[in-house]
Design a protein around this ligand. Structure first.
Ligand SMILES: [Zn+2]
Length: 85
C-alpha cells in the first residue's frame, strides 16, 4: 500500500447552536470522515501506481464507513435527545 499524504485536520467553525457535547460528537464524526477520505485517496493513488495490493484498502474503508455511521448516529441521537440544535 502507498501512503498518499498524512491526514489533515480542518478547522471546524464554532457554533452557538449546539452544546459542547454535540460539538464533541460532531468533531469525532468529522475526524472519521477525514480518515475515510484519506483512505480512499490512498487507494486511488495505489491504483494509479498499479499496486496489486490496492484492494486491501477495502477492509480499512469498510471499517471506517462503519465507524462513520456509528459516529453520525451518535451525533444525531444526541441532537434529538438533548434538543440542542
Ligand atoms: Zn447537546
Amino acid at each position: 500500500m502507498t501512503a498518499a499524504r498524512p491526514p489533515i485536520s480542518l478547522p471546524v467553525a464554532r457554533s452557538t447552536y449546539f452544546c459542547p457535547v454535540a460539538e464533541t460528537y460532531l468533531l469525532r464524526f468529522g475526524a472519521i470522515v477525514e480518515e475515510l477520505l484519506v483512505l480512499q485517496e490512498q487507494q486511488f493513488v495505489a491504483l494509479l501506481h498499479g499496486d496489486v495490493s490496492a484492494h486491501q484498502f477495502d477492509l480499512l474503508i469498510e471499517s471506517a464507513n462503519e465507524r462513520k455511521r456509528s459516529a453520525k448516529d451518535a451525533y444525531l441521537m444526541h441532537l434529538e435527545q438533548h434538543g440542542c440544535c
